[in-house]
Design a protein around this ligand. Sequence first.
Ligand SMILES: C[S@@+](CC[C@H](N)C(=O)[O-])C[C@H]1O[C@@H](n2cnc3c(N)ncnc32)[C@H](O)[C@@H]1O
Length: 605
Amino acid sequence: MSLYYETATILENPDKIGGSFKARIFKKKDLKSKPGQIYALVAEASKWSRVLKDVIEKCGVLEEERKLTPILALLLTHDLLLSKSGVAAHKDHVLRLAITRHKARLSAEFTKARIRHGFPTLEAFREAINAGDLDSDDSEEGEKSRHPRWVRVNTIKSSLKEQLQSTFKGYEKVESIGEILTARGSRKIYCEDPNIPNLLALPSRIDLGKTPSYTKGDIIFQDKASCFPAYLLGLLEQDGDVIDGCAAPGNKTTHAAAIVSTQDPGGERKVIAFERDKGRTEILKKMVKLAGADQIVTVKGASDFIAAKPNSPDYENVGAILLDPSCSGTGIVGRDDAIKLHLPSSSTESTKAQGAGSRKNKKRKRGADKADDKPTAAESKEEMTLNLDETTAEEVPLDAADKLTERLTALSTFQLHILTHAMRFQNARKITYSTCSIHFEENEGVVFQALATSVAKERGWRVLRREEQVEGLRKWGRRGQWEDGKLSGSVVDEKSKGGVLEGCIRCDKGTEEGTMGFFVAAFVRDGESKVVAREGDEMEEDVRKPAAPTEEQDGDEEEDWDGFSDDGKVAELKAKADEVIEKKPQAAPEPEKKRKNKKRRTGKQ
Ligand SMILES: C[S@@+](CC[C@H](N)C(=O)[O-])C[C@H]1O[C@@H](n2cnc3c(N)ncnc32)[C@H](O)[C@@H]1O
């Protein structure tokens, strides 16, 4: 199957596979084309689609070429007119022939379009398209779907001041995230985030991926919400070492390391990063190195945090734990969220589009030129805008609602298990628990259940109240939400319920705040604890028995590792994670090498 048939099939998604477009590409097992090539083709074609749709329609290509669907016509015209290497198919390939037949007319219409838009050269036209200057999605929805490019300055290697004077020199400072969200194209503006220190919001079209500061790890692409957990820990010098229990790809690990490094110039404190998955461990290591955090972070690669012994001397200095476990990922906003494909339509009723790239079509391609199939739903639309990123929850069709419930139960059971495990660490006084899920079951539901466990009660864990939180998050308005009928009455203490919900923090996607959907709560414990965690404690005293999730998606932070980003290799990772089926708990790791306790935290027993 050619690149074009394969791409069209994934776009059409006849099997209704969930997940973002990127994830769908990486999920597909039998691709002949490179996933990166498919993604690049769609990303590029989408930028030009508003122009090309018009060009194709003016030339009447769909009326004449019965082999071409709107998607195929768009992809092929893009490559014919705009790709340096032209149409990526053999010169006798049926699709290549179908489009090159119209080359002269298509080129002429394209030139007219360029002139109509006021660009003297193709280069100028290209620049404007890349900058998004021709986008005219002025609707409220359009604004909502935009997402800032969030940039965290990595204070291990640089400073905000330094970055403003170098990478962002010449950028204009604006006062609200709203201005960033509504900025046209790649206007050079930035907003200093009012909640998270050293975080900047920029218009999404600004391409910083090739800047030296990005490739050197001086700046990190990290969604605002994803910066909440490390910041909410409110780390202090006396908190000692920090564990990140679910670390890869490592955005929160390096954020925690950056905070620790400012408090501990002597380099005594450590961030211990657990990552169960082998492949993701490699990404974590790369990320830690690039961030210059390798002196601070000890990576426990291919290690299950649940198998780590809370009373081990290795963790004696651990005062804080960051837990960002696998979740449904339903809060994720893909960077390709705003990518839209404007498809050409045929002006005559007689054009019967053939299913692009499906087996059926392949047969047709080889043989008969029958064009009497009904157009697919997508093809029959006069003008179709494809939103390429679909996050799973909203996409779950009604008949799959049961599956969602099952999946949420499995995930939340695992999340509760890992959270209560963290509560056992002998000297831990602070924990943040976060997910990039929008579901109560994985969020407030887990918090209330954790509070009801005997380990939480015995050790004095409670939710950090809003008024105790670091300033930037105290003033964050979106707080925990209650959903009736999701938890049994015995789990929830009615008296403290309101305070707990107020202590929980939520971020919603598609708001004027420009974040992904996210949840975080901090747990703290005060005073002396009567019960020290028993090694190998089982969960029989907990509200629910632990069970490994049957399916999980490793949400946060995206996708194909192409550097230092929330956005990078993570589509691939998410696709992989979708397949993760925890059939049995991993074997305990080799005995931990005893680390010399340089700094025993005597006051915290
Ligand atoms: C949501 S992702 C973490 C994202 C990360 N905190 C960040 O900000 O870049 C969850 C990660 O936890 C890992 N994980 C899940 N269960 C684990 C366990 N029991 N021990 C260690 N790692 C685990 C998954 O493999 C996955 O890489």
